[in-house]
Design a protein around this ligand. Structure first.
Ligand SMILES: Cc1ncc(COP(=O)(O)O)c(C=O)c1O
Length: 308
């Protein structure tokens, strides 16, 4: 890394600027109302190959575009330009470590929540240290939140926008206040949806089960990755509505997302869930996921975009 984190460069509206000079108007709709859409793009460093891989970049940009369209935020950048902004800022910082790159389209200016523009973009690489493999091994004690997940009828969880994270926040704050690591939301129908920043899988009798994309969940890229890995391993996957009581009788359960990778759940509402030992399905999936993202599996190389 060329610069300390506090001195790093950020891509802002076409220019590489010092992080302290990457400024926005405090009265802007993004600052006031969370009027922005974004992606957290994981990049994995492969020490042997001396290469940094962005994981499923095209899929992240596809979702970014969809989020922008749904909120009518005009994204004027092509996929190639989005990609170039990301690679330029990572290279400028000379990052050779695991990153999460925040790529955000936001509404600037003096407008309000109904404003069309002006639309800005920033790209900020955030170092993650080593893979979260060590952290993941520990597992999570979670609760079912007393808050419901937002629904497609009001604020769609399909949109990855800043404002949606206020629903995540109330669930997460409640969980922490009550001594849990995080929470699982139910949707308005009382069925299982997702975590505040992750999707959920349970495992019962060797079958992986995850809520439908219409059960109030983000169209998670990690969720899709897990399904594809499981399919390739011959593990049956069911995408279907999950009842709350199924959580407590699961053999294993995990949360997944670009930030938390695949993290086992140890207990739900203090009910112990399976064991996430060495040869658990969660463990197998997590190891495979990290190998794929680091470019160690040839059959998945088309998911990777080399930065250097
Ligand atoms: C609410 C929510 N669900 C799921 C996910 C996981 O999505 P992905 O795997 O695309 O990172 C995230 C993280 O972005 C999230 O915020």
């Amino acid at each position: 890394m060329k610069y300390a984190v506090s001195e790093r460069l950020i891509w802002l509206n076409g220019e590489l600027v010092h992080v302290n000079d990457a400024r926005i108007n405090v009265l802007s709709p993004t600052a006031q109302f969370g009027l922005n859409v974004f992606e957290g793009i994981p990049c994995y460093w492969n020490e042997e190959q001396r290469q940094l891989y962005a994981f499923r970049l095209d899929d992240h940009y596809k979702r970014l575009q969809q989020s922008a369209d749904l909120l009518q935020i005009d994204c004027t950048y092509t996929k190639e330009e989005l990609k170039k902004a990301l690679t330029d800022v990572v290279k400028a910082n000379d990052y050779k470590e695991n990153l999460s790159v925040r790529q955000t389209l936001f509404v600037e200016g003096f407008g309000s929540w109904g404003s069309e523009g002006p639309v800005g973009m920033f790209v900020a690489p955030i170092p993650r240290g080593n893979t979260s493999a060590e952290y993941n091994k520990k597992g999570l004690n979670v609760c079912v939140s007393s808050w419901r997940r937002i629904s497609d009828e009001d604020l769609s969880p399909r949109i990855k926008c800043g404002a949606n994270y206020m629903n995540s926040r109330v669930g997460q704050r409640e969980a922490l206040r009550n001594g849990y690591d995080t929470c699982i939301f139910l949707n308005k129908a009382g069925k299982v949806s997702e975590g505040p920043g992750s999707c959920l899988f349970i495992i019962k009798d060797g079958i992986l089960i995850t809520p439908l994309l219409t059960d109030s969940v983000l169209n998670s890229i990690t969720r899709d990755t897990v399904i594809r890995i499981a399919n390739n391993h011959g593990i049956e996957v069911q995408e279907r509505t999950i009842d709350r009581t199924e959580l407590y009788t699961a053999d294993e359960a995990f949360l997944c997302g670009s930030a938390m990778e695949i993290t086992p759940i140890l207990s739900i509402d203090k009910v112990n869930i399976g064991d996430s030992g060495h040869d658990s399905i969660v463990n197998i999936l997590h190891n495979e996921y990290v190998d794929i993202a680091q470019g160690k599996r040839e059959e998945y190389l088309d998911w990777l975009c080399p930065i250097y």
